[in-house]
Write a protein that binds this ligand. Structure first.
Ligand SMILES: *Cc1c(COP(=O)(O)O)cnc(C)c1O
Length: 423
């Protein structure tokens, strides 16, 4: 067959871009060679609608084993009682949960997108805000922190069927215990979406949502460092003998409800190549090397936050407990859009981000979000974080000085040659 040079040339260019630059996008990471090999494997050829042992296609004996390995490893990694590893993405995992446990029009309560929440937690532009009736909680303007009592009050007033916690741009830990009490008071289910800090949670470095939440969803490609994808889990002891009352009033085991909501509810055939790569990532995350890695991610984030504060940047909530931070650039007189577009010229990738109580649009924004998961995979340590903040500051205080920006880019490209990516 004729070779598709157009796409392979672009893949090569993208590889060079990843190798030459500094990756600070909080949701990105670099997967291992074996994760990539599994994802690029012949498992992609297999149709396997259904679950291991209960498929609608023949020839599933092998993918049954690899999917079961992914499930077992996910359960071991998080101490979960049940897992479904088929959701194609984090958004798909959340969609399946809502489809399973809600009726269209039911009320949900989530973290405000403009305060750090995710689109799938009730945003009006997303299915979650179109099919369900959302209300939101946010952070306090003074502190940048969530007030747990206020969530209980909002829940009392709104009476949601589902309370969603977790975020894309909140740098502090979550009080799952308080949220569960708020949920119990109104008979709501509590779902934690741990897409961002999943790796830190798996290693016991943050509060454990499995102690209090009914359902936990996550992506597999952020701090977990696996292939792009999602999954749904449930903690031990949730499946009580009474089961779960479905939106139609039937009594069913929650695991059966959620399995059914993934397939046939919202997806067709599972991506068995991606599931194999998820299994590899969970295997890696169970090793001591990963523990060392994820601890370094957190240390690096703390040093980075401190370095930004020392240079006069305002971090929402003043610091970080996890791998990311949200920076309000208004005190520096630039927008998130200018920051993103200028930093990329120096081969530093970040994303512009709304800050709580932002007065600018999502296309402009007043903030930027940065994280240390990818830089840490690359091998960078505390002192490097200080150097990076210095380089970011150099660019952001010279947004019109092409010579200075170009010098920073040169420095980064030379520096990154010492940290090869991909073998
Ligand atoms: C990234 C993220 C998602 C969505 O994941 P996709 O794989 O991009 O669909 C969902 N929830 C939260 C909190 C996230 O940060």
């Amino acid at each position: 067959m004729q070779k598709d040079t157009a796409i392979f040339d672009l893949i090569q260019k993208e590889k060079e871009r990843q190798m030459h630059g500094l990756e600070l996008i909080a949701s990105e990471n670099f997967v291992s060679d074996q994760v990539m090999q599994a994802q690029g494997s012949i498992m992609t050829n297999k149709y396997a609608e259904g679950l291991p042992g209960k498929r609608y296609y023949g020839g599933c004996e092998i993918v049954d084993q690899s999917e079961q390995l992914a499930i077992d490893r996910a359960k071991e990694l998080f101490g979960a009682a049940w897992a479904n590893v088929q959701p194609h993405s984090g958004a798909q995992a959340n969609a399946a949960v809502m489809l399973g446990v809600l009726n269209p029009g039911d009320k949900i309560l989530g973290f405000d997108l403009s305060h750090g929440g995710h689109l799938t937690h009730g945003s009006p532009v997303n299915y979650s805000g179109k099919l369900y009736q959302p209300s939101f909680y946010g952070v306090e303007e003074e502190t940048g922190l969530i007030d747990w009592e206020k969530i209980a009050e909002t829940a009392e007033r709104e009476k949601p069927k589902l309370i969603i916690c977790g975020a894309s741009a909140y740098s502090r830990d979550w009080n799952y215990k308080a949220l569960r009490e708020a949920a119990d008071q109104v008979g709501a289910l509590l779902m934690a979406d741990i897409s961002h800090p999943a790796g830190l949670i798996a290693k016991g470095m943050l509060n454990n949502p499995f102690d209090h939440c009914h359902i936990v969803t996550t992506t597999t490609h952020k701090t977990l460092r696996g292939p792009r994808g999602g999954m749904i889990m449930m903690p031990k002891d949730f499946e009580n003998p009474y089961g779960f009352k479905t939106p139609k009033g039937e009594l069913k085991m929650m695991s059966a409800v959620l399995d059914g909501a993934v397939f046939p509810g919202s997806q067709g055939g599972p991506l068995e190549h991606v599931i194999a790569a998820k299994a590899v990532a969970f295997f890696e995350a169970l090793t001591p090397e990963y523990k060392t890695y994820i601890e370094q991610v957190q240390k690096n984030a703390q040093v980075m936050a401190k370095a930004f504060v020392e240079k006069g940047y305002k971090i929402i909530s003043g610091g970080t407990d996890n791998h990311l931070m949200l920076i309000d650039l208004r005190s520096k007189g630039i927008t998130g859009k200018v920051a993103e577009n200028t930093l990329v010229k120096a081969d530093i990738t970040i994303n512009k981000n709304m800050v709580p109580f932002d007065d600018k649009s999502p296309f402009v924004t007043s903030g930027m979000r940065v994280g240390t998961a990818a830089l840490t995979t690359r091998g960078l340590k505390e002192a490097d974080m200080e150097r990076i903040v210095g380089l970011i500051d150099e660019v952001l205080t010279n947004v019109d000085n092409e010579a200075k920006i170009s010098a920073v880019k040169q420095e980064i490209n030379t520096w990154m040659e010492q940290y090869p990516l991909f073998s």
